[in-house]
Design a protein around this ligand. Structure first.
Ligand code: SF4
Length: 324
């Protein structure tokens, strides 16, 4: 049996460093031991604020471009667009018939999202989001699903839905196993969690000068007001970047220099941007090789492969239900 993992990412604009550190770098590593099934979650994206059709097309292709630049290899991963595989929607509908509404209402992110977007956009899609997620996973019989600790309740719900389906119709769907990944949380430019909604991100394919400009904008230790004040690096988002992207020696030097006020924040940020630029260099180099034609070819091949895998599950599901 193929060691397979499944994951998706919504097309919402340029992929940022937080996405890379939190998920995508792990997918790239897992390619050596597993076959990642990765999809552009454009059906899930419909639960957010509406996008124009041309924006949706653009962000979808942008995401594929970013993923390929990051090192997702179409010879080792299946990369496709969720809406190109109708089985996602079909299984979602079937699973919605075995999912009690209270299970969905207790999902914490439902309430958060509803409150964030307001009543105008409060629709079934929010409530049914975990059912679509369950379909996304169960279609491909993964040996594992890479998740952060905060996503464990969602995966447990997927297992509950699979159990309920299997209890009613027969053992068709495999209960997915979580692969909890400890990932460093990288702060955004303003020190909060890096998120597009906060507009505090650094795009993964940012140019050298973009990185320099963005790092210059970063907040620093709030208690270090003057250059002569001694700083506390642990309270500074710039130092969090040094810890990730500078060498251990450089990191130690920066910490000491900050504590003794022998470096200014401008110089510290210049070093930080240089380290980040070195880190991003291979991604930028790969990005130069990704063309529109590459994106078309990858999506076309992914569509065929994903439909083949999904139809294997759907044939069995339809058989036990009595649809075929
Ligand atoms: S010197 Fe560097 S680590 Fe210290 S507060 Fe300034 S930017 Fe942050």
């Amino acid at each position: 049996m193929t060691n397979r993992i499944v994951s998706g990412i919504q097309p919402t604009g340029r992929m940022h460093l937080g996405n890379w550190m939190g998920a995508v770098s792990n997918w790239v590593s897992l390619q050596s031991t597993h076959q990642p099934v990765l999809f552009v979650a454009n059906l899930h994206a419909l639960t957010g604020a509406p996008q124009l059709a041309e924006d949706m097309r653009y962000t979808t292709r942008q995401l594929v471009y970013d993923l390929l630049s990051c090192g997702i290899d179409p010879n080792r991963s299946i990369l496709f667009c969720q809406s190109d595989v109708p089985a996602h929607s079909e299984l979602h509908l079937i699973l919605s018939m075995v999912t009690p509404i209270p299970w969905l209402e207790r999902v914490p992110s439902y309430k958060d999202k509803r409150d964030a977007l307001g009543e105008e956009w409060n629709h079934y899609g929010f409530l049914g989001y975990p059912v679509l997620q369950a379909a996304d996973i169960l279609l491909y019989h993964p040996t594992g699903v890479p998740v952060g600790k905060d996503q464990l309740p969602h995966l447990e719900l997927t297992r509950e839905i699979a159990r309920r389906f299997n209890h009613r119709y027969g053992p068709i769907l495999c209960e997915p196993v979580d692969m909890v990944t400890e990932t460093p949380v990288l702060p955004g430019l303003d020190g909060r969690k890096m998120s597009k909604s906060y507009q505090n991100t650094i795009p993964i394919t940012a140019t050298q000068s973009e990185v320099e400009t963005l790092v210059k904008r970063m907040v620093t230790d709030p208690n270090r007001v003057r250059k002569t004040d001694c700083g506390t690096p642990e309270q500074c988002p710039v130092f969090a970047y040094h810890q990730q992207f500078s060498t251990p020696e450089a990191c130690q030097d920066v910490a000491h220099a900050c504590r003794t006020a022998s470096i200014g924040c401008v110089a510290c940020k210049t070093q930080c941007a240089a380290a980040l630029n070195r880190y991003l260099h291979p991604i930028r180099e790969r990005a130069h090789t990704v063309t529109n034609q590459t994106i078309d070819e990858v999506l076309a091949a992914g569509r065929i492969q994903a439909n083949q895998l999904a139809s294997y599950t759907m044939d069995k599901v339809k058989q036990v239900i009595g649809f075929s």
